[in-house]
Design a protein around this ligand. Structure first.
Ligand code: PMP
Length: 395
């Protein structure tokens, strides 16, 4: 019997990151700067709280919306940190990471063939999620000279009648770019004149280095049309616990909860208990990890620029997106050769959209020593490449 897989899934390309990392498996001595997750363990007091909850027998489902205690803690955090008011009963949903929240949001909002704007380069899941929800992802290519930030002009140019919304992600995976108050306000002023819904993925918001992160719903007129997405994976180094949340207009949260209740029931109970501890007592851990990321950012940014792979200083997250155009190689060949010859794994920029051609993504969620060694290897790799092209020019 031939099993037939649904067309929309058959036609979906595999993630460019996964495809590349299949090559890494089985290689020794590889320094991987490819994965998008903290290299830190979850802080001990958070792990201990999870363990203790199991010892105490907290092993059953929670309410569909998530533990009330956690929703209240999220609501209090958003209020005290950002002055945002969300009702923990009707405007907050705890999900299996931001991944699930994104999926629920697009499924709750989109009708078949509705268009949803995805500024690129972007996190690999956005466009496939929109497609799986029956929608039509429309990519907006952002430019290197604009720091890969969405501009109000580019946004305005992309608006037509069947566009339902836009996904914003700042600080960005894969570029680390974020928006300052003035830039956000300029985007908001375009959005205010439309019926767009915004999914604002601010999972790296706590990891913003040089200025204050400003959540989109704090801007005038934005809260009523924004689904704010955040979680515990990055700031608290809790990727494996799978806890995220959405805060937004009650009708959207109710629709998302309906899907969540039939498909997921609830996020992991142990993870939710641990997330409460993270919000209550995890702030100093976040600051400590952030300081270390900032130190690594300085190292990597300086080294790459000096060796001739120009890159902007990332505003946040733990990614940097240097141009490899000067090598004459495309992103995939560059990454493949670097892996084969110097055993450093990075991600080709094209994994994040066509506009990523000519760039690679480096994650600096790796130890300072690893990063120093990786930078030496990349420099050596470039020397080899340039030596070869100089020899070819002479012959
Ligand atoms: N959004 C962005 C921009 C990400 O980089 C990631 C993880 N790489 C996620 C969402 C998903 O995070 P999680 O599901 O672990 O909360």
């Amino acid at each position: 019997m031939k099993i037939k897989i649904a067309k929309r899934v058959r036609e979906m390309p595999p993630s460019g990151i996964r495809a590349f990392f299949d090559l890494v498996i089985g290689m020794d001595d590889v320094i991987s700067l490819g994965v998008g997750e903290p290299d830190f363990d979850t802080p001990w007091h958070i792990r201990e709280t999870g363990i203790y909850s199991l010892e105490q027998g907290f092993t059953s489902y929670t309410s569909n919306k998530g533990l009330r205690e956690l929703r209240v803690a999220i609501s209090e955090f958003l209020k005290s940190r950002h002055g945002l008011e969300y009702d923990p009963e009707e405007e907050i949903l705890v999900t299996v990471g931001v991944s699930e929240a994104l999926d629920l949001a697009v499924r709750a909002i989109l009708e078949r063939n509705d268009k949803f704007l995805v500024p690129q380069p972007s996190f690999v899941s956005y466009a496939p999620m929109v497609s799986l929800a029956g929608g039509d992802p429309v990519c907006i290519e952002t430019l290197e000279k604009e720091g890969f930030r969405l501009t109000p002009e580019a946004l305005r140019r992309s608006l037509h009648r069947s566009v339902r919304g836009v996904i914003l992600n700042y600080p960005s995976n894969p570029t680390g770019a974020s928006y300052r108050a003035k830039e956000l306000e300029a985007l908001a002023s375009v959005i205010r004149g439309t019926d767009l819904i915004v999914l604002s993925d601010e999972i790296y918001g706590e990891l913003t280095y040089d200025f204050e992160h400003i959540p989109l719903p704090t801007l005038p007129g934005m809260k009523e049309r924004t689904v704010y997405l955040n979680g515990f994976s990055k700031a608290y180094a809790m990727t494996g616990w799978r806890i995220g949340y959405a805060a937004g207009p009650r009708e959207v949260i109710a629709a998302m909860t309906k899907i969540h209740q039939y498909t997921i029931m609830c996020a992991s109970t142990t993870g939710q208990v641990a997330a409460c501890e993270a919000l209550r007592r995890g702030e100093s851990d976040v600051q400590e990890m952030k300081r270390e990321y900032a130190r690594r950012r300085r190292l990597v940014c300086e080294r790459l620029n000096v060796m001739g792979l120009p890159c902007a200083k990332p505003d946040g997250a733990f990614y940097i997106f240097p141009s490899i155009a000067s090598t004459g190689l495309d992103s995939k060949s560059f990454s493949q050769r670097l892996l084969e010859q110097k055993k450093v794994a990075v991600v080709p920029g094209t994994a994040f959209g066509r506009v990523g051609e000519g760039f690679i993504r480096i994650s600096y969620a790796s130890s300072y020593e690893n990063l120093k060694e990786a930078m030496d290897r990349i420099e050596d790799f470039l020397r080899g490449l340039r030596g070869k092209s100089a020899a070819a020019a002479r012959s």
